[in-house]
Design a protein around this ligand. Structure first.
Ligand code: PEP
Ligand code: MN
Length: 266
């Protein structure tokens, strides 16, 4: 791994004291829904939008995402609002398609150990060095997660963002247990930036606020937050998505903490 390869990403996230916010709906459901979120993100002077086109649902009868039409909505909206976009790739067969629409790839928790997918994505992005947000497996140790990331980097793309998103423990009060210790541990053990997804561990919107404040205060390089114009009607993860109003309030709160840390949200 050369310094040159790491420069753009790692230094960009830490030395500029910027904390990146990846916000957006769990699933892209319609042009109107996605544009409302984009408008809100833009009005808050943030720069990235997330949204699922291919959804890894636990139940095969649940909404699976709109697929390519969702990616078309994502690319068009990101372009008209001047935002960068990130979406999940579930299977190696989708890599080229997803690549033609997004600015960054997401690998979900259920695919952390899908080594053939990791190798294929690392190989496919070895010249573009397009960023890959790599989520921790819900039952993986940090050592296993870092080792798995090498399946990507070994193929030539070191532009990886590690993402803690909650792990399975004996605790059932929240959807997953957010392992906030992953932030300092990853900072010690890895050269990659760490994102904290504060929505999937919370499982319900009112817990997202405290988890986001904690993640930012712990030194996370970026946060992932699910936002929906009408969470009650969402086709996936409706309980945990913030409304646009809630998201604005949260960003105001986070800006106070960021300011105290000499950082800014982007
Ligand atoms: C998501 O970000 O929409 C998602 C499915 O996350 P995870 O892989 O962490 O469950
Ligand atoms: Mn989700």
């Amino acid at each position: 791994m050369t310094n040159k390869t790491l420069q753009g990403f790692f230094k960009g996230d830490t030395q500029n004291n910027e904390v990146r916010i990846y916000a957006g709906p769990c699933s892209i459901e319609s042009k109107e829904q996605f544009e409302q979120v984009a408008e809100c993100i833009k009005s808050l002077k943030l720069s990235w939008i997330r949204g699922g086109a291919f959804k890894p649902r636990t139940n095969p009868h649940a909404f699976q995402g709109l697929g390519e039409p969702a990616l078309e909505i994502m690319a068009a909206t990101a372009q008209s609002y001047g935002l960068k976009s990130i979406s999940e790739v579930l299977d190696a067969s989708q890599i080229e398609l997803v690549d033609s629409y997004v600015d960054a790839f997401q690998i979900g928790t259920r695919n952390m150990s899908n080594f053939s997918l990791l190798k294929a994505l690392g190989r496919h992005t070895s010249s573009s060095l397009k960023p890959i947000l790599f989520k921790r497996g819900m039952a993986a140790t940090i050592a296993e997660w870092l080792a798995a990331s090498e399946y990507i980097s070994y193929e030539g793309n070191h532009n990886i963002v590690l993402c803690e998103r909650g792990i399975r423990t004996f605790e059932t009060s929240t959807r997953f247990t957010l392992d906030i210790s992953a932030v300092p541990v990853v900072h010690r053990l890895s050269v990659y930036p760490i994102c904290v997804d504060v929505s999937h561990p919370a499982g319900q919107a009112d817990y997202v606020f405290a988890l986001a404040r904690a993640a930012l205060a712990s030194g996370a390089d970026s946060l992932m937050i699910e936002v929906h114009p009408n969470p009650g009607e969402a086709k996936s993860d409706s309980l945990q998505q913030l409304s646009l109003e809630q998201f604005k309030h949260l960003i105001e709160e986070l800006r106070i903490i960021a300011h105290a840390m000499g950082k800014q949200l982007v």
